[in-house]
Every structure is written in structure tokens, then in C-alpha cells.
Ligand binder design. Structure first.
Ligand SMILES: Nc1ncnc2c1ncn2[C@@H]1O[C@H](COP(=O)(O)OP(=O)(O)OP(=O)(O)O)[C@@H](O)[C@H]1O
Length: 236
């Protein structure tokens, strides 16, 4: 059984069908790139998987269990983490405290937990700023902090929404290494990006969406040459 199975997913906003029967599966250690022009339904798909939106039809299985329509915190507890297009950090909290938020409801902030948070900040090259407020970080650093916070509860599935948007190229390269490390640790990674070069470099498979439908699902070479994908991009 795949880590994540999505079948027949439909999401409507009034008369607009944002997702129209989306189906795919993603396995542990796989980086599934999700591409599509503006409005294709990429973020809506993530919002349905992590419980922010309740789908109108379809099912989402996580490790074989149905999680469709569950509340975001329940889905997070089952091992799904995500980042947002515009990073959502706790601006007036220190970096260390930002990292403790997702784990504190499970355990008290003992020395081990603080050491784990410090190790994560070390990994993300943010350790020297651990006592600063999150609002003091640059936009790219806030994206790293959000990634670090997402990883703290050791999620099995992570969804990254435009991690490279507006980020300095050096930081982008570092983020790419971090995403490769997540996959190497058998995490299932769903990666939305308009940066097709990074998507093609990182993804083991790519899902192309257009107007809420999957128009292609396959390896990088197959997607690159797929006439429907080329048409969707050139026709926009
Ligand atoms: N909360 C909402 N209310 C109404 N319409 C919405 C809502 N969220 C998304 N939509 C619409 O659903 C469609 C899909 O949007 P979505 O944000 O999922 O696309 P996307 O592929 O992520 O685009 P982008 O690359 O611009 O982020 C769009 O037409 C969008 O306007």
C-alpha cells in the first residue's frame, strides 16, 4: 500500500470546479512534483489533503486509513506536514519556540526536545539566530524555519508549496539538498513549484494538473515531452 492514495478528489467553490476527479498515489521516499499553470488546482489539492478544505467527493488514504474530511490537526497528528506559499511562522516567538509548537502538545519541553530543536536549527543553518524573533528573519530564512518546524514531529508525508518562490539561488540550492534528505529518509514529498528546473531535478514522478484535472502522471522525461503538458503551458 502506498503512503498516500488519492482517488476521485473533487473540490468545488460555488460553480468553479477546482479539483475534478484527481487521483494519484505516492510512495515512501518518492518526490512527486506537482505542476500546472496558475489556477490549475495545485494548492487546493494540498489544502484538501491536509484537511484545510473538505473535498466534495473522493477519498484520501494515508497508510491505508481513510483521512478524508478530517480536521487539520488530526491529519497532522497522523504524520502529514506542510509549508505554505507565503511562510506562516509565529512572528513574535523565538526560533526555538517556533519549533517546539508542533511537538509540545505531545510532550513537555524537556532537555531532549530542546536539543532536538537546536539540532534542527543547526541543520537549517539558523542556530545562531535561535533566540531571535521569527519576524527578524529574511523571507527565505522564514521558509527554512517553516520547513524546520514541519520536520520536528517527523512527518511521513510532507507537502511543500512553492518552496523556492522569492528565495535567493544559494538558499534554493540548500533547500533542494534538504528536500533530497527528506526523500532519502523515506518521507513522501509532494512538491509544488513553478520552477520546472528544480521540479525536474528533484522529482521521481511528476503530476501535471490543468483546470482541476490530472493531464499527465509519469517520469520526468515523459512529462517534459507530453503534448498535453506543453499545450497547457504554451496555451496559457
Ligand atoms: N477559497 C477559495 N474560494 C474560491 N475559489 C478558490 C479558493 N481557493 C482556490 N480557488 C480557485 O480554485 C482554482 C484553483 O486554485 P489553486 O490556488 O488551487 O490553483 P494553483 O494551481 O495552486 O494556482 P497558483 O499556481 O496560482 O497558486 C482557482 O480558480 C482559484 O481561483
Amino acid at each position: 500500500m502506498s503512503k498516500l492514495d488519492v482517488d476521485g478528489l473533487v473540490k468545488r467553490f460555488g460553480g468553479l470546479v477546482a479539483l475534478d476527479g484527481v487521483a494519484f498515489a505516492a510512495a515512501p521516499g518518492e518526490v512527486l512534483g506537482i505542476i500546472g499553470v496558475n489556477g490549475a488546482g495545485k494548492t487546493t489539492l494540498m489544502n484538501c489533503i491536509c484537511g484545510i478544505y473538505r473535498p466534495d467527493a473522493g477519498t484520501i488514504h494515508l497508510d491505508g486509513a481513510v483521512v478524508t474530511g478530517m480536521a487539520p490537526h488530526d491529519i497532522a497528528t497522523r504524520g502529514v506536514g506542510r509549508t505554505f506559499q507565503v511562510p506562516r511562522v509565529f512572528r513574535r516567538m523565538s526560533l526555538i519556540d517556533n519549533l517546539l509548537v508542533p511537538v509540545l502538545k505531545r510532550r513537555a519541553p524537556d532537555r531532549t526536545l530542546i536539543e532536538a530543536a537546536e539540532a534542527m536549527l543547526e541543520r537549517m543553518r539558523l542556530i545562531d539566530l535561535r533566540h531571535n524573533f521569527a519576524e527578524e528573519l529574511s523571507g527565505g530564512q522564514q521558509k527554512l524555519l517553516e520547513m524546520a518546524r514541519m520536520l520536528m514531529p517527523e512527518p511521513k508525508v510532507v507537502m511543500l508549496d512553492e518552496p523556492f518562490a522569492g528565495v535567493h539561488p544559494t538558499l534554493c540550492r540548500f533547500m533542494i539538498e534538504q528536500i533530497e534528505a527528506m526523500a532519502a529518509a523515506h518521507t513522501t514529498v509532494l512538491l509544488i513549484s513553478h520552477d520546472l528546473t528544480s521540479i525536474y531535478r528533484l522529482s521521481s514522478r511528476v503530476l501535471a494538473l490543468n483546470q482541476g484535472r490530472v493531464i499527465a502522471d509519469g517520469g520526468v522525461d515523459a512529462i517534459r515531452g507530453n503534448p498535453a503538458v506543453i499545450e497547457a503551458y504554451l496555451g496559457s
